[in-house]
Design a protein around this ligand. Sequence first.
Ligand SMILES: Nc1ncnc2c1ncn2[C@@H]1O[C@H](COP(=O)(O)OP(=O)(O)OP(=O)(O)O)[C@@H](O)[C@H]1O
Length: 604
Amino acid sequence: MSIRRKISHIKHSLNLPRIISLVKTAAPRWLYISLTLIVLETLVFFASLYLMKLLIDIVAKTTLHSTEAPTEIIRFVILSGVAGVLYFVLRSFSAYSIEVLSTKVSEYINNKVHEKAVDLQLSFYESPSYYNVLKRALEAGTDKPGLLITTLIEIVKNFLSLAAVASVLLLINWLLLPIITLFVLPTLLIRLKYSRKLNILRIAQTSMERKSGYFSNLITTDTAAKEIRTYSLGGYLRQKFSDIRYTLLKEKLSLSLKRTQLEVFTTALSYIGIFFCIGFIALKAVSGETSTGDITLFLVAFPQAFTLLQHIAAGVSVVYQNSIYINSAFELLELQNHFDQHAQQECIPSDESVSIRLNNVRFTYPHSEKETLSGINLTIPSGKIIGLVGLNGAGKSTLIKLLCRLYDPTEGQILWGDTDIRAFEPQHYRKQLGIVFQDFNKYSFTAGENIFFGNINDPFNLARAKDAAAKSGAASFIESFPNAYDTTMGRTFEDGREVSIGQWQKLALARCFYSDARFLIFDEASSALDAVSEKELFSTFRERIGNRGAVIISHRRSAILHADYIYVLSQGQIIEEGTDEQLMQRNGAYANLFKESTTEAADY
Ligand SMILES: Nc1ncnc2c1ncn2[C@@H]1O[C@H](COP(=O)(O)OP(=O)(O)OP(=O)(O)O)[C@@H](O)[C@H]1O
């Protein structure tokens, strides 16, 4: 890569204008406070250096019996002392303001990343490259902004201090600074080169880092704890984790070793530069061209200039290395949903007797070749119960995802009355649907909140929550807890109560009943219920859903039996439809699914 391309690449990667504008948006007041304190700190630092030079010059000129000198000396000692104290006070406040600024920027990035992560449509969560960007973006919200800001400000501070020291050095000899800069430059170039290599490596390793995180998560959380113990998977998973960590560390350390080897040479070169300058100034002193004050000042200022240059070089490489995380946050924030969530503003008609119709709907998942749904036509009338059955993988849950507008059909339309659902604002449309997903969530919140999540837009209504819990069968176990609806569920937090998977499913059902949606969808929503609870739920199902429409997906005839109309899906197509009775009489696919059963509780 040519030098110009390298510089342009570094400039692009550093993305400083955007980072500065981000900091300005996140905490403008603290940015200005920090900058003011830094400028003051540097000015005082410069003043104290200069006062020291004046003091030494006076001391050098003072004869033993001079009468004026002691007062002059005392004046400069006091002034130097005041400048010194002021410098340390300013430095402390400036460190505090930088800490506040960094914290605020971290919080800002965290909020933005979370806002975006929630806003992005489901298809992003099926792409590994999205997870890679997300992982780095989430890291950008940890200690990275703090490090980046502190280092950026350190660089500015070091530059200002360098300017102060440089102006002092200029008083001694103008050649000193260019000489030492020249000797320090190779160190900076090596650091930049290896920071770039490290960034490339980090991006390449994100996927593997995620995998190691996955293994660690399996080992350390309760999700897989039971199987890991019963199948004795611990050793196997730990080995997988160690292998992957070993590969990651080996690659990183091999890069660090190469950098360290080169840095040994460049640092040695810098020290040669120092001694070159010392020799240069010593010769000037011998020839009487420099004063004692100048020499003393040189001995104070010159190592400072060298250290500052070294710090600037190190700072630039730290900023460069950490900018990839902030850049990933920018990359994430730029991601756009395939549909513009805010472009569609049409209001949902309040017509009570509306139907949802799927009109020749076809669908292929974004990262897939195979069509999952092909030419689906079905109607969900309000107030009616629709059953969906089919073998595993037939496309039932996919159809539900389309209904909820988690995806849009590849072809065809889903109509709400006569309006394509794409005309509505997605959040507004989704409020019309209450759903129990097959893989429902278990929220480590209170029982009340678990139900309240079904209609978060209105204030919590305990009477309604109790009613929903009664309909789902959750009321009896919730009310047996001393804190009833205020009981924290799960064992993740202190005082939490763990319940059985069937009881968790009853909470998910209550959440759905609590919503004021006009259609309710139950995707395998009774899979964990005991036979008695399931029978209770479906035997009075219509009363429980009120005058709303409903879709039931189930592998059990006992649940499907209560549907007014049933669609049978096979390989993404509707192959049969009718009532339970009609379909059984037809003796086709539906009847085959349940052929072992009589009428009740049969599975396939
Ligand atoms: N996110 C996805 N990306 C790509 N293909 C998917 C995705 N989710 C599901 N599929 C595919 O779509 C097909 C239908 O899956 P779907 O989950 O809709 O089936 P289902 O009828 O609900 O099955 P089950 O009865 O097991 O719940 C499956 O063959 C599956 O491989």
